[in-house]
Design a protein around this ligand. Structure first.
Ligand SMILES: Cc1cc2nc3c(=O)[nH]c(=O)nc-3n(C[C@H](O)[C@H](O)[C@H](O)COP(=O)(O)OP(=O)(O)OC[C@H]3O[C@@H](n4cnc5c(N)ncnc54)[C@H](O)[C@@H]3O)c2cc1C
Length: 436
């Protein structure tokens, strides 16, 4: 197997790595690699910080292992290699009436990345996380393949789902797809005037899919204003999706300056009429709105950006309001701010979701962002919440370890699975996640 030394980065382009990377195309080649030169698996590097980096060490790029191994059209059970992308699966199976059970905000995430981060989607309140729909995982270990499920090797299964790749490369998985009416989305959009109304609407929503866009620059009475989208699958005609655009260069700093962001946000909020509206969208436009602009992370310029994402319990919603107020006053927020209601569903010891509200906000990596984010992390901890490791690039070990109550048990299971630390990555070293 050829190892090619490459420079690579997380999606936020704040952390970088230089490593020999192998890209196996067959499961037999992957098995040999893990036996002879075990190294952490990486997918499409859509995690923002350093979860997908192993600076100075080796890494196994899983993206060529992307075959559908089997599909039962009656039950919707899919057997797939871990490098397959969620968006590709959506395009293959939606026309057949089946959807990936959980879809993050990008279709470029792989099945392996979705399991290793136990990702959530716009249906988390009802469907739980991705791992809740995984019935079997084939894990590659230096001693050969190992099959895990919620009933077989159950502890290792729970350490692998949401386990940041620390138990070894996932070669393939069986995933239960969800029934869909068709391959379009019927989306109801409504303008929300402020914070209390937003939470009330999210709580009352009975839609299968719901997500809130927040104007994170609005203050005073307008604090928490935004747009709520509620959606169901449907069948019908829609205009063809527009072709993707590319950001050709790293954008200059003024592209996300406070004035431009405020103006953009106000116009974006007003785009939805007073009375709201219902529109039909191509399915991937709804689930992956940003994927149409390839390399949109370059809009933040060469120094990159951070995404802060936390979840707090329902009873701590006031803390989230205070955080939003702080963000709006900082002048640092970008147009990308999302609010969602989460249900209790999570499948791994290190899974992010908890029942409550999750807030995600992007910040250009400039003066003051680090300080603001560490303030937000402290507020999250005080509220009994946690931050999402797929997005983190800055946190300190003690902050994160206090947020993940099963971390010690996870670290013990991981130590037994990988006693020599072959699968360590930069985030795990930075946050000392595997310390027992
Ligand atoms: C625009 C955008 C929107 C997003 N929206 C959401 C969202 O709504 N909800 C959400 O939960 N997340 C969201 N994310 C985060 C993203 O879904 C996760 O970070 C996901 O893990 C990325 O998958 P990947 O294949 O790129 O994995 P990578 O980023 O390459 O790796 C992520 C982790 O998975 C591990 N890993 C990858 N493949 C394997 C494998 N085969 N075996 C073992 N371990 C593996 C890596 O070691 C690493 O720890 C979003 C990201 C972007 C860029």
């Amino acid at each position: 197997m050829t190892w090619k030394t490459v420079d690579y980065a997380g999606w936020g382009r704040v952390h970088h790595a230089n490593s020999p990377v192998a890209r196996p195309e067959r499961r037999s080649a992957l098995a040999q690699l893990v036996e002879n030169t075990p190294a952490p698996a990486i997918g499409m590097r859509r995690s923002y910080g350093d979860a997908c980096l192993n600076d100075g060490g080796r890494a196994i790029d899983m993206t060529r292992l992307d075959r559908v191994l089997g599909f039962d059209a009656e039950s919707g059970m899919l057997h797939v290699e871990a490098g397959a992308q969620i968006g590709q699966l959506l395009n293959i199976f939606a026309p057949k009436g089946w959807l990936p059970p959980v879809m993050p905000g990008t279709g470029f995430a792989t099945v392996g990345g979705a399991i290793a981060m136990d990702v959530h989607g716009k249906n988390h309140h009802g469907a739980g996380s991705f791992g809740c729909h995984v019935t079997e995982i084939t894990l590659m270990t230096p001693k050969g393949p190992k099959v895990l499920s919620p009933s077989k090797n159950a502890t290792l299964f729970k350490a692998t789902v949401g386990g940041l790749g620390q138990t070894g490369p996932i070669a393939s998985a069986r995933v239960q797809l969800l029934r869909a009416k068709g391959d379009v989305m019927i989306v109801t959009e409504r303008r929300v005037e402020g914070w209390d109304e937003f939470l009330a609407l999210l709580d009352a929503s009975e839609a299968t899919y719901s997500v809130g866009w927040l104007d994170a620059t609005a203050r005073g009475n307008a604090l928490g204003r935004g747009i709520l989208e509620e959606a169901e699958t449907g069948a019908g005609l829609v205009p063809p999706a527009k072709r993707g655009k590319r950001i050709p260069l790293d954008a200059p700093a003024f592209a996300v300056s406070p004035g431009i962001v405020r103006t953009f946000n106000a116009a974006y909020w007003r785009r939805v009429p007073d009375k709201g509206r219902t529109v039909v969208k191509p399915i991937d436009d709804f689930f992956f709105p940003l994927d149409k602009i390839h390399d949109w992370n370059r809009l933040y310029g060469k120094t990159g950006f951070h995404q802060f994402q936390c979840v707090v319990p329902i009873e701590a919603s006031a803390a989230l309001r205070t955080m939003l107020d702080r963000i709006a006053g900082s002048g640092l927020a970008s147009p990308l701010a999302v609010l969602k209601r989460m249900g209790p569903g999570r499948a791994g010891m290190m899974s992010f979701p908890m029942e409550g509200y999750t807030l995600a906000v992007d910040f250009p990596n400039r003066n003051g962002a680090d300080r603001l984010i560490s303030e937000l992390e402290r507020a999250t901890a005080d509220a009994g919440g946690r931050i999402y490791l797929a997005k983190d690039a800055l946190a300190a070990p003690e902050t994160v370890r206090a947020m993940y109550s099963e971390r010690a048990k996870w670290a013990k299971t991981v130590k037994a699975a990988d006693p020599d630390g072959h699968f360590l990555t930069d985030i795990v070293r930075r946050l000392e996640l595997r310390s027992t």
